[in-house]
Every structure is written in structure tokens, then in C-alpha cells.
Design a protein around this ligand. Sequence first.
Ligand code: ADP
Length: 348
Amino acid sequence: MISLEQLTKVYETSSSRTTVLDRVDFSVASAEIAAVVGPSGAGKSTLAQCVGLLERPTSGSVVVNGDDLTRLGERDLRVARRRIGTVFQSDGLFGRRTAAQNVALPLEYLGVTTAEKKRRVAELLDRVGLGHRADARPHELSGGQRQRVGIARALALRPSVLLSDEATSGLDPASTASIVALLRELRDDLGLSILFVTHEMDTVLQIADSVARLDHGRIVERGRVVDLLRDPSSALGAALRPARPAAAAPAGATTWRLDYVSADVPSDWPTALGSALASAVSLLGASIETLGGATVGHATVAVPEAVAHRVPEVAAALGLGARPHDALVPVSGPPAPVTPDAEKELVR
Ligand code: ADP
């Protein structure tokens, strides 16, 4: 379990002072995968580094498994850090060492016996599906495999918390999917709290239970992924499910964007919508999927102008939020601005 309270990081030089993290409150429960997204320079990496206390926060607290790391002296901190595994974008493997020797490194620092080290390394490489590549050097492995070795090494000291900083960025989609599957499996089996820093929205959908958006060092929006996807007013929800161009509407029809805003949208809603409106409904585009057992999605439909005024009410009865299509923010447009008041509300 990770809990950050009023976490602030200021970089100061003789001529400048930059607040990179500004009173961030954030938590990741046991067995939760929490993603942090945000534009480049938002403070995501600094946040991950402060959680591992690789960077000392300027103020605020970092509580991991009940210990406030900011209050620990160097010796206790070294011990506490063992419970935090870290995986970076660059795998950070030593090129001259084999996969097994890389995984063994943290155990060597700890001085475990040779027999124990051998057993544990074999177990870890098996865990990440690389038992058969123990003797391979990093350059003989694919990017995804190297990242797996990095994950095995991060697990060597049996951490309860895993920090992943852009660990899938730069990997091809298939390798990303396999790393995502591995991290989810590790979360399930070991009950890890995983802080997953990324700029890839697709990966957030695949991996995360919750997501927070960091902007200029502040968390401006956060929530469960499913809840954000079901909230048509959420900028983060919109960024997670970008609208794709829909087919053209028939002449004389009005176009509507329908969002799954409830858990109980019937799968035959297009038929039900047509029946309730006593009118033809044209399906112009849709994206519907299941995330962690919950169905989420959105669709673009066209209905004859004569019944358009009834769409919001009929759609609501089916668990769908309806907006006239022209009212939508353009696909390539900037996300809706967050007003200072709304921001205060969100970080509370
Ligand atoms: P992100 O991971 O979201 O791209 P970072 O956490 O890497 O953002 O950086 C956030 C801001 O902090 C950037 O403006 C960066 O220039 C600044 N920053 C990061 N590390 C340092 C440092 N050691 N000294 C001064 N500024 C830094």
C-alpha cells in the first residue's frame, strides 16, 4: 500500500525555483494497479522517484506499508526500499551479465548464499517466462524479454510495491500486451500495489484499475477507469476513449453520440432505441468492450429529425448518455480546460 500526502518537490538553483510536485495526495491499495498519466514534464517520473525515495521530497509524506519513508534514517530507508521494486523504460540491465546474473544482483548485495541465490533466480526467471533464457545476455533478448528480466530483478527482494516508469513505452504492441499480462498476473498472485507511470492511454485501458492525470505537478483528475469511461464530462475518460470518425449520417437525420453511463445497458439497445422511438436508428460507429468484467463503450447513431427531441430521454432509460454530435469537442482538439475551482475539487 502506498499513500502520498501533500507530497511536494521543489527543485531550486541559485537563480530558479521549480515546483515539480505540488501537494499531491494519492494512494495505491494492495493489489491495485494505479496509472499516472500526463503530458511530458508533468512530474510523473519525479512522483515515481519520490515514492521510492530515490528523490527526497521537499515536504509531505510517502507512506509505504505503514512506514513514512520521509522520516526514516538512511539505514532504515535502505531496508524499507527493499519492499519497493522498480522497473524503468530503459531496462537498465548490465550488458556483460547474463539474464540470471542480472536478476541475481539485488540478492548479491544482500549476501544470500549461493544455493539460495541460484534457487531464487531460477524461480524468478520462470515467473516471468524466461527460465529457458537464463544464460542469454541482454543483446540476445528482445525488448520485451529484457523488460521481463528487469521485472524479475525488481521482484528479487519480494517487494510489496512495484513502481513502473514507462516500462512499456517503446515496446511493440505484442510485447506491451505480454508485459501488461505479466504485471496483472503478478498483482493477482503477489497482491502487489503497482504504480504505473505512462503516457500511453491504450496501455492504461489494458492494465489499470484507477488512473490519475498529473498536470504541472498537480493531480487534476482521478478515478476508477470504469467510472471515468462512464462519465461523459470527464476529460480523462474522453482521452481514454478517443472518438473515431463515424460513417456519414443519412440525409435528414440528426447525429447523436451515446455513452454507456450505467452498468446496465442492455446489449440489444439499438433495437430497443428504435422501438421506443418508433423509428429507424442508423448505427454510424461504435466501440464497446469489457474491462475487468464491466461493459463500457460509446456509439454514434443517426435518427430522423422528427424524433430527435426524444433521444435523450429514451437513451437515458437504456443507461446511455446522449449528446448531439455537433456539441462534441473535435477529436484532435485540446482536452477541456480544468477550471481552478474544479481542480481544487478534484485534488481534495
Ligand atoms: P514527466 O515524467 O511527467 O515527463 P518529470 O518528472 O521527468 O516529468 O519532470 C518534471 C519537471 O521537473 C520537468 O520540468 C523537469 O525539467 C523538472 N526536473 C526533473 N528533474 C529535475 C532536476 N533534477 N532538477 C531540476 N529540474 C528537474
